[in-house]
Design a binder for this molecule. Sequence first.
Ligand code: 5AD
Ligand code: SF4
Length: 469
Amino acid sequence: MTIEYSNETQKQYEFMEKASGYVAELAKKLGRTPTCHVVTFGCQMNAKDSEKILGILKRIGYEAIESEEADFVLFNTCTVRDNANQRVYGRLGVLNGFKRKNPHMKIALCGCMMQEQEVIDKIRKSYSFVDLIFGTHNIFKFAELVCAVFESKSMIVDIWKDTNEIVEDLPVERKYAFKSGVNIMFGCNNFCSYCIVPYVRGRERSRNPKDIIREIENMVADGVVEVMLLGQNVNSYGKNLEEPVTFSELLKEVEQIEGLKRIRFMTSHPKDLSDELIEVMKHSQKICRHLHLPLQSGSDRILKAMNRRYTKAQYLELVDKIRTAMPDIAITTDIIVGFPGETKEDVLETIDVVKKSGFENAFTFIYSKRTGTPAAAMEDQVPEDIVKENFDLLLKAVQETARNNTGHLEEQIVEVLVEEPNEQDTSMVTGRMSNNTLVHFKGSKDLIGQLVNVRLKTCYGFYYVGEPV
Ligand code: 5AD
Ligand code: SF4
């Protein structure tokens, strides 16, 4: 099959050629293959972006290594909460030490944090050893930017405010041979009042269904059996396409791809989750029995202040509808504690939803004030000690609920996609059930990437230990 590349794709391949020349020169100087290392902070979107970056680095001649003492190190950053930002600054200090020992080293930064002006100002001032900074909108220009780094002695900074462009067919270096993320849309239009994502990732843009399908078909031909469709709000996929398509329609098309075994997606916004989607999931052979459905809060007052556009009752009704249609589904969630004005009563409302929804797992976050978001300007920021107390209370409820709701599958035989050797015991492997729960069982690493039937023996809270059958 011959692929017709767009002009931009073509241009970037030309820059890859040119960059390969620079890397070859460097290899001669060093007397060895130059090395690279990419560090990902944050979400699955960033993980996917890092695979694209690594794809280009390898294509132009770098060898990927596990250490940060490499010739090209890139941090792909996250800014959803402030602690991620602080970690980047800390680790940049360490990189500076490596660069003093290796003057050929190049240091690059990209991702959401770089879309904030104050971050750029701080790096220019205090981290002048950085060679390249770019943002979330121009990652497709990475090859061109690498050329610019080789051609310049000073820091290259290229940040765009927004873009409408989606550039297809650039190289990708997948972390796993058998599973992969697939971007279906970029950006977010929801403007939840605490969230910085709409400011750093821009407005919603959906990829064309035919580009998505073609990418997945190619992956499957290359050994992928599970895909995770990625977007900040997948339930509003396709609304802004020239020929609008719903997320459910896209799922039905993905389902038809022969050889593909499992389909996952992230993230769903409760306000946009349609009955049509529940129907499609229910009748699908491939869509996994798992929904990640961020709650954020169970208090109507806080939900309103968060601009979430649903109530506690609506959320519970939705969970009920989903569980009735698919009794074997696992529902997981995200919850924020300490949003401005939150009281103990609000937290008790949240705990009530946790118990009633029976979440199989929940990611709990302490509210982090993000400059420029409406919530940052709200009065009544909650004192740290109260947040901590409420957080502990919520965590206890979450753990108890998860324990009560995960264990019911003991002695059942389930299909597990084996993902990696077990970290603690080399005679075991670790994989995932359709409902996303982890399972450890005796087996060799040859099983990685295969679907294996496993009898679940014992549940330990968030995971099972089983036996292959
Ligand atoms: N503070 C704390 N948590 C946040 N999240 C998003 N913004 C913030 C913030 N300012 C959480 C939400 C979201 C998850 C990805 O991160 O729960 O679902
Ligand atoms: Fe942030 Fe809300 Fe968009 Fe999720 S839906 S990325 S929480 S603004």
